[in-house]
Design a protein around this ligand. Sequence first.
Ligand code: UD1
Length: 462
Amino acid sequence: MDMFIIRGGRALAGEVTVSGAKNAALPIMAASLAVDGPCRLRNVPDLVDVRTLSTLLRELGMSVTRDKNGDLVLSTSNDSPFVAEYEQVRRMRASICVLGPLLGRRKRACVSLPGGCNIGHRPIDLHLKGLAALGADIRVERGYVVAEAERLKGADVYLGGPFGSTVTGTCNVMSAAVFAEGTTTIEAAACEPEVVDLGHFLNSMGANISGLGTPFLRIAGVERLTGTEHTVIPDRIEAATLMMAAAITGGDITLDSVRADHMTAVIEKLREIGVTIDVDGQRMRVRCLQELSPTDCIALPYPGIPTDVQAQLTALLSTVPGISIVTDKVFPDRFMHVSELLRMGAQIRREGNNSIVSSSSQLSGASVMASDLRASAALILAALAADGESVVRRIYHLDRGYERLEDKLRQLGADVRRVNDEPSNVPASLLPQEESGETPLQPPHFTRTSQVTRASTEDSPG
Ligand code: UD1
């Protein structure tokens, strides 16, 4: 297993390119199950999740290859398999995205239920309700969802749930409904840019979906979809994470290949706390020229602040003087990062679905453990700002969803190393005394002086 060793305290500076969006690439790849003819996808990030889904799609009779330009080329060589085994699905919840395309195109699907998740309870009842409304016969047997329908029928589907709309649920129902007889309407559809990107992909293959980006979708069924080429949108969560890396280190970075129009809530929030952000087409310069202010923020479905940046925001706000409150209304139990941030000296109290982040403390390097994808990003941000070295373990969570993040951070001047998770690779200062054999560490101390030196002028990021 890999871990990161990060020496904090360097203000990030320079330019990096944001990769394609994981959460758009995955449902789009899954939807290519429903197509006659090959699909070429550009800007698909090279991630563990993408490789996991590629394996699953191969098991479902598809050929999936990366060509020399890095494009992903998918085509169906055998359209009879319809079982998505637990072995792949348990590795990645988004595997559930094959359910709708399989049902719509192959008329039956048997997809393992994904099981537990570190960010809280994640039912798929709305996916099943939506597909049942289209006339599918759905049952759960031996840990698998079994769905069958000789011909789906257009219907009015309501996809609102107790925590708002469902992203992959909307993807599933939309991907199945393109083949339904007649017209389907989806109310309370997810409006996330990744759902819109999937809709554009399906439309480019001959589907007839209108209302994309609004909570009300109208889908006129078609007989078949034909192969297409598509460029996946930039990853707004990776972009937001890098923006916060600039902010937490007092840096000055420029992101290339961003869609600022997908990130309005994050940009507004970061500007509100004092981060300077200049957008120029697909480029965004992010600078931290002043002391940041505390704030309250709530993770909500799009166009709100994404739950996928809640942990990173908490890390950033834990370095800001004053009291901030971070609330997650999408995944109310997504707070595994909090106890690890406490180990780095953050002062955070959890109350229900709120983190109360108080006062600025100098974060200190520590050995911490990532519990999930975005929690690992939050710990890395904290380590970039911390005093001394940190070890962030279980980086495999990060590799699921960030493409070469350590290379990008290094390109911006961060001191980040990926090493194998062996005791010999752990810095002596972070080992218990008996293992290191060295002079014991000074007891941890928390100072209230400035953390990373923030950039003081436009040209000198510090
Ligand atoms: C997707 C994203 C994930 C992101 C999340 C919320 C992908 C591959 N993953 O996950 O990164 O954090 O959206 O933006 O795109 N819910 C139900 N019943 C359902 C489905 C969901 O109650 O049938 C609840 C969930 O428990 C959660 C909320 O609805 O509280 C939103 O979940 P959902 O949008 O479905 O998340 P995912 O699509 O799994």
